[in-house]
Structure formats: C-alpha cells, structure tokens
Design a protein around this ligand. Structure first.
Ligand code: PMP
Length: 346
C-alpha cells in the first residue's frame, strides 16, 4: 500500500526535520549544552508514576514566574518550544511569515498544518530585510511572524529597531523566539511584553543543559495564552520533566556560570576558526558558530571520519557548517579535526 498517496497532499511533499544521530566521539551538531547538571527529582514524583501529571504545571510556572519576573497567567509550558510553535500555528493559522534561513520548524509545521508560509531572505549581513518584511506584512497580513533572535543557524541577533517596526506594523502576532537569548549580550524582548499585546516570546531549557527534558515556555498576554491553551493536549508535560525542571531552576548559579564558560569559549573558537585558511566564521550571539568553508559537504564528511559531528547547513547558506560550542577539550579536538579535514587526508 502506498501510504504517501493516502496522506494529505501537503504531507506528501513535506520533508521531515532532519536530526540524524551519527555516532561520533564529539557531538557538536544540535546546539545542546556540553555540560550535564547532576540533578534528581523529588522522590515523591517517582512514587506517583501511576498518576497523571499536573495538567497546569503550576509549580513550574511559579518558578519561571519568579525567575523571569512575569505573572504565571502569562506563561504556557510546552513539550519543548517546538510543541508551542505547533500550538501557535494551530491556534492562529496562517499566513505564517519568517525570514530565511531560520529555524526550519516554522516552515515544516506551517506546511504540515496546510497553512500558507512565506520566507523572506535575510539581507547580506543576515539581518532582517525590513523593507521586504514590512511590504509583505502590508500585502499578506500574516497571522503569525516568527523571528528567532539570536537566529538559528546564522547566530546573530536581528536589529531590535527592525523587530520593533515589525511588531508595530503587524496586526497579527509576532513571536520572538529567544531559544538562544541566554548566550546573547542583548537583553531580549521580555521587558517589552507590557507595551505590546501582539508580542509573544519563546524560551527553552534545551540550550542551557536540559534538552532531554523537553521543556519550553511561551510568555505572552494572558488573552493570547488562553487561546493557545485551548489546543494544548492534556498533560503535555510529563511529571518527571516537570519535577526535573523545578530542580533545574534551583541551579541558576551553576547554569549561569556554564553559560559564561560557553560564551567565552565561543569567542575563543571564533578566533581559532578565523586563523584557518579558507574558513570564515560568522559572529555569533548564540551557543554555536556558522562558518563558511570550501567544499563544505566534503569537509562535513571528513569531520565525521575525524570524530566530530557538526551540522551541514549548505542547503540553507552556501558552503557552510554549523558547530555548537563544546567544552574547551571538545573545541580543541574539533579545531584539530577541522584542520585535518581541510588540509587533505582524513
Ligand atoms: N527555536 C529555535 C530557534 C531552535 O533553534 C530550537 C532548537 N533547535 C527550538 C526553538 C526548539 O527547541 P526545543 O528543544 O525547546 O523544542
């Protein structure tokens, strides 16, 4: 039976999100933290696995509310921020507008849900093409605009002035995806939530040490949260993740110091990459660096042979690879492997 013929046409032509697990000594492909914080959930949670989790994630909302200084009513928890992107698009529909290249899930989910999606190329500095964005907003009136800042995979923050212009011009919702904000020198958009009802912010625990828990959160006006909450699956965040995330919030100091290590390693990695012939790294405000290299497809394969997995982004930005910042040892290993991979034999 040809199941693809049975699938809806928009699914038939859909390409799934690619996150292949290629076993490698050093894994620098998925923008995870290289540091694992040793935490255990309250034992009581493990003794209640026969019960459904708290459907409203009350304790966790309280912890987030205290940390980010926002009201619990302005928070919605998701099984990763991916799930919240899904919920936002289910709730508000399209057209969905975003710059390209960016996080691929905005497009994949829009297509999966049969919603019109519009990608506007970034300018040569990887910043928003503000004139095109504003013209498209005027012409197509998107219900949702996704702006990943810092942007994945380019690593830069978009101009705050341009983001503001977009928020002000849009009759729909502007989602600033701040998955990588903790690594950025810019303060982000949380302080502006009170001024703009159509602004929503996405955050995640995935990049700061807890990718495996799948905990993301949406912060927005209470009315917006209430609408999105209508489509949320009951018990979307399991009790172990809720309890572990609560523990994570008790380790703010450790997380902060790991973020400092990662950002200073990012600067060192940037310097090291700049010294290699035929390699040009792009400045980054995130926990990864995009770099251009000749014959990126070949270099990518050679890196695997030399023990390092990075992400091949050549289809999004010509001849470019994305490396996640690892521990100092992993970064040294990567730099050596890259020199070997570019220099010839692998
Ligand atoms: N937004 C951006 C910009 C991302 O890069 C990612 C992860 N690649 C996500 C959201 C999804 O993160 P999560 O693990 O919270 O689903």
């Amino acid at each position: 039976m040809d199941f693809s013929k049975l699938a809806r046409p928009n699914i038939r032509s859909l390409k799934p999100y690619e996150a292949k697990e290629i076993p490698c000594k050093v894994k620098l492909d998925a923008n995870e933290s290289p540091y694992c914080i040793d935490i255990t959930p309250d034992k009581k949670v493990l003794q209640r696995l026969n019960r459904y989790p708290d459907p409203e994630t009350k304790e966790l909302k309280k912890a987030i509310s205290k940390t980010l200084k926002v009201n619990s009513d302005n928070i919605l928890l998701g099984n990763g921020s991916d799930e919240l992107i899904y919920y936002l698009i289910i709730t508000f529909g399209g057209p969905v507008l975003y710059p390209v290249p960016t996080f691929s899930m905005y497009g994949i989910i829009s297509q999966a849900l049969g919603e019109k999606n519009i990608g506007i190329p970034l300018n040569k500095d990887f910043d928003l093409d503000i004139d095109k964005m504003l013209a498209t907003i005027k012409k197509c009136n998107p219900k949702l605009i996704f702006l990943s800042s810092p942007n994945n995979p380019t690593g830069n923050c978009f101009s705050a002035e341009s983001i503001l212009k977009i928020i002000e011009a849009s009759k729909g919702i502007v989602v600033v995806d701040e998955a990588y904000q903790p690594f950025s020198s810019e303060k982000g958009f949380l302080p502006l939530l009170k001024d703009y009802k159509n602004l929503a912010i996405l955050r995640t625990l995935s990049k700061i040490g807890f990718a495996s828990l799948r905990v993301g959160f949406l912060i927005a006006d209470e009315g917006l949260i209430n609408e999105v909450n209508k489509v949320r699956l009951p018990f979307n965040l399991n009790s172990v993740s809720q309890a572990m995330a609560l523990e994570a919030f008790k380790n703010k100091d450790v997380i902060e110091s790991q973020i400092k290590n990662i950002t200073s390693e990012r600067e060192r990695l940037f310097e090291e990459l700049s010294k290699i012939n035929n390699v040009s790294p792009y400045p980054s405000e995130a926990n990864f660096i995009l770099f251009k290299t000749k014959n990126a497809d070949i270099v990518f394969q050679k890196l695997i042979k030399n023990g390092v997995l990075v992400r091949n982004l050549s289809s999004a930005v010509k001849d470019s690879l994305r490396v996640t910042v690892g521990t100092p040892e992993e970064n040294n290993f990567f730099i050596k492997a890259l020199r070997k991979s570019i220099g010839g034999k692998a």
